[in-house]
Design a protein around this ligand. Sequence first.
Ligand code: ADP
Length: 588
Amino acid sequence: MKLYQKITCALLIVCAAVFTACGGSGKLKDGTYTESSVGHNGTLTLETVIKDGKIADIKTVESSETKGLGQAAVDLLCRAIVENNSIQVDTLTGATISSNCVKRIMQETVKKAGASDKTIASMAAVAVRPAAEKTSYEYDIVVIGAGGAGLTAAITAKQGGASVAVLEKNGFAGGNTMVSGGGLNVAGSDLQQKNGITDSVEKFTEDTLKGGDYKNDPVLVGIMARNSVAAYNWLRDDIGVPFMQERVQQFGGHSVPRACVPVGNSGYTITEALVKKCETLGIDIFYETKAVKLLKENDVVTGVEAENGGKTVSFVAKKGVVLATGGFGANVAMRVEYNPAYGSEYKTTCIQAAQGDGIVMAQAVGAKLVDMGYIQVYPTCNPKTGIISYVANSRFDGAVLVNKEGHRFVNEGGRRDVISQAILAQTDKCAYLVWGSEIESAGKMTQIHAKEFEQLKATNLLVQADTLEDAAKAAGIDAAALAAEIAEFNSFVDGKKDPKFQKTGAFRKIAEGPFYIETVTPSTHHTMGGVAIDAQTRVQSVSGGAIKRLFAAGEVVGGIHGTNRLGGNAITDIIVFGRIAGSEALKD
Ligand code: ADP
């Protein structure tokens, strides 16, 4: 090689090295950069390490994004940015605000590291969830929806020997199940036995029927109650969900404490374990894949048409399709269509994906719908965001509800619909949950949900004070009236009887500080209506009989909860019927 050739060659190698080090997008200055921006729930701070001109590592330093949802977006986007040395990443469907927050932070970070706008624009576009490779797939079972019911059905079918695909329109799994408290009612659990609680399938069935005003399908309720122990044992032993050992919760409308609560008092504990199990079993989860149509040939459902990455992808289901798309609590137009009382004046606890897609798709192939007008509101939600307040679960440990005038107005342990209606009848359509250290030390809600607690305080929705008077003043409640009301309530606790509102559930004094007062209001929470199923979870047709090879489980189903779903029954429902759907779909 001649000298000039050697020099040219060396220059080319150096240029290539610099180009590679910068990901083809300009030199970044090495160092550690810390940037913040506001995400969905609060401040997000990321620490980025630039090494050898490349984005080498990104750590979350501070975040209040929801586990499995906003935080899933943060984790997935950061991983994609590092792997591709590019900040031109997609937003994750279902977590746009958190995704955009990461993108803003990374934009600032690379700018600080010396990148120009032109350099940033030239970075390679990266799909956080890569698009489906083919336009047509074939599986034994196709499950629509990666929430609790869908993941349960998928695991059951896979364990039964089927090939299984799960289609999920969001960029992450978990659905509404993930953002729930995760408690499931079980009649006859080991935890009840340990705590000396006597229960029976009959009592559980009766409570559920009564809670639903006897509009429920008694056959389905019986199946749920009889299979509750098996569902809980399956979650604990097969899936590896850890449960709190010291807590058996009594939700409103239940005659005994029967809810087993996963560690963290969060549905994410359940969905995280279900997703891990799917991964271990090799179940294909197609994210960012929205099912749009059920395919039907000669009265038999044969598959699903879906949208992924801007393309139509078809999924042939040789044995069956399981609908597990959840409810329609976030779809205001659909709520109003079936019950005009639940319009846009209500915020919702549901994730945005709860649009009723499965109900609409099933209806298009002739499915019968039941109970569509029964929509549940959850009484104790954050008035600013609409999301459920888990700190307010101190109600189950005995906290009482008062109005702005300082007076109690309802049985705090009663049904969700009754409490919600009562709250909406108070000044400003909100209520104030009051508790002291006796109740706090029983349930430790401010500790278990410490992040939410801090956020509530920061947004002036919760006050903590050493005296009840100071707490009342800070919350804007009539302090003298509240003092008298609480003194009277404490005398009821001493007498073990509440002559005013016949309070059910936990009954504890509110006498010792610190005192807590939280502002709460109802949000739409659960839609009891949906597709009609039989005992084998086969979707029923408007013309009678089952639609062949179409199964459904979870909140997409109507009829199990009647007018009003009792607390803790959703998780029991989705696990019990998810397991049935997964095994029945296999039978062909
Ligand atoms: P359930 O409690 O019944 O399991 P969830 O709300 O937990 O219901 O889960 C339902 C899941 O279905 C959510 O993750 C949601 O994003 C997903 N989903 C809803 N509609 C569609 C659709 N058209 N295609 C794919 N996934 C969907």
